[in-house]
Design a protein around this ligand. Structure first.
Ligand SMILES: [Zn+2]
Ligand SMILES: [Zn+2]
Length: 438
């Protein structure tokens, strides 16, 4: 299941465009109203900003066949989307699912010939829409709309997620319904940060932590669950503090445009010396509670400068990261149980070339076998994986045959790993440059 977060902000977004508070002024991310696009065919909420957000993130909504509304507040229901769709004269069917007061807002925006099916739901319903099983759960929200608000437990062959916005601390019936679910991802609202005097229609940070605790106790959230805070507002502290506070719960703030996949993703970070590639790779995994760091650099006896570099790298990594010194990286990738950082492919290749004695004219077959094995393991790695490699091809031509051989083999290795990666980033002067897919 692929979930594209179209928005991760509250009704007014974060920053609130009219506000000058510290939280708004320091915001480096712009967050719009919370909504998500699942597998390009299902929308979870669709407020007024959602369709345009999809376009900005390079997606078409032409394949959407199902919209699930949580409730009728204006930031979640932008019925004009129905009219936009009508104008393309699509003959494709659309299911519009939600509590009655959300659906009622949409009916006038649908033409008489539009193949739209309205499906009213209430907590406890369990239905199929397309390839998805939808369990409808009670929310604690919307007293102004007769508490006509629900949350969704959404499951397909690709995974199972919990869409939990808007709501205060979850009703007991909802905790009971999701017990043991072992979700792949949970999107739980956290609107109010450290402001706790807002009533109980939303979560603040302490309430968020308490809800996550309870979800863990019941087995709804397990170690592998991605926990993403959404519906964020300027009542939250600036992003670094918010990130730290959420990390205590094993969660992180969602970002507009972010893709959360039940499938583990593979990232390759390329760059020259001192380009910032290791720091960027580490930042990609900063939200993970436990990471296995595969150190392929080995030890260089009598080289204090190298030792200092290794020490610096190590001191930057959180204490919860486990370092494994190995050159059998293929095996480590295949058996990994926590997200993996492999730093870096260049030193791994050097070690394999040493092992097969190729510097003195030994045969290359062994190295090619090792590369094949590494690429296969990278493809099959069961967890989130980030690899760092040197972009060595653009400097001067190495003066020795051994140097040229290394450069050429690394180029081949980088291209093959890139072909099996979900994203490839080139670091230049500390800035990440996302490379287009082929
Ligand atoms: Zn809302
Ligand atoms: Zn609401």
């Amino acid at each position: 299941m692929e979930i594209l977060l179209l928005g991760t902000g509250s009704a007014d977004g974060w920053p609130n465009p009219f506000c000058r508070c510290v939280s708004c002024r320091s915001a480096t991310e712009v967050r719009g109203q919370t909504a998500a696009l699942v597998d390009d065919v299902l929308l979870l909420d669709c407020g007024p900003e959602a369709p345009r957000a999809a376009a900005r993130f390079g997606r078409s909504l032409a394949s959407v066949r199902h919209i699930l509304f949580t409730h009728g507040h204006w930031d979640h229901v932008g019925p004009a989307a129905m009219l936009m769709r009508h104008w393309t004269r699509t003959g494709e069917p659309l299911d519009v699912v939600g509590p009655p007061s959300a659906l009622d807002q949409c009916r006038d925006w649908v033409g008489p010939e539009d193949p739209v099916r309205f499906i009213e739901v209430s907590p406890g319903d369990d239905l199929r829409v397309g390839d998805y099983r939808v369990r409808v759960l009670a929310a604690a929200h919307g007293s102004d709309i007769g508490a006509d608000a629900v949350l969704y437990d959404l499951e397909s062959v690709g995974g199972r997620i919990f869409w939990a916005t808007d709501t205060g601390p979850l009703p007991d019936a909802t905790h009971t319904a999701v017990a043991g679910a072992g979700f792949d991802a949970v999107f739980l609202e956290q609107t109010f940060g450290m402001h706790t005097g807002h009533g109980t229609e939303h979560h603040d940070l302490p309430a968020f932590a308490a809800t996550v605790d309870e979800l863990r106790r019941s087995g709804a959230v397990v170690a592998a669950t991605e926990l993403v805070a959404v519906h964020l507002s300027h009542h939250n502290p600036p992003e670094p503090e918010l990130t730290a506070a959420l990390a205590d719960s094993g969660a992180r703030p969602g970002r507009d445009g972010e893709i959360v996949g039940a499938e583990p993703t593979r990232s390759l970070i390329l760059g020259g010396a001192r380009s910032g590639k290791s720091a960027h790779a580490e930042a990609l995994l900063a939200g993970q509670a436990a990471v296995t760091y595969l150190a392929t650099g080995g030890v260089r006896e009598g080289d204090p400068e190298w030792a200092e570099r290794v020490r610096l790298h190590r001191s930057r990594r959180p204490a919860s990261w486990r370092t494994v010194e190995t050159s059998d990286v293929a095996e480590a990738l295949l058996t990994a149980e926590t997200p993996v950082l492999l730093d870096c492919l260049g030193t791994w290749l050097t070690a394999r070339m040493d092992l097969h004695n190729v510097w003195d004219g030994g045969l290359l077959d062994g190295v090619h076998d090792d590369i094949d094995k590494l690429v296969a393991a990278w493809r099959s790695c069961p967890v989130r994986a980030v690899a760092v490699s040197n972009e060595a091809g653009s400097g001067v031509v190495p003066s020795t045959p051994a140097g040229r051989l290394f450069r050429d083999l690394l180029g081949v290795l980088n291209a093959r790993i890139a072909a099996e990666s979900d994203e490839v980033v080139l670091m230049v002067a500390g800035r990440p440059l996302k490379l287009p897919a082929q």
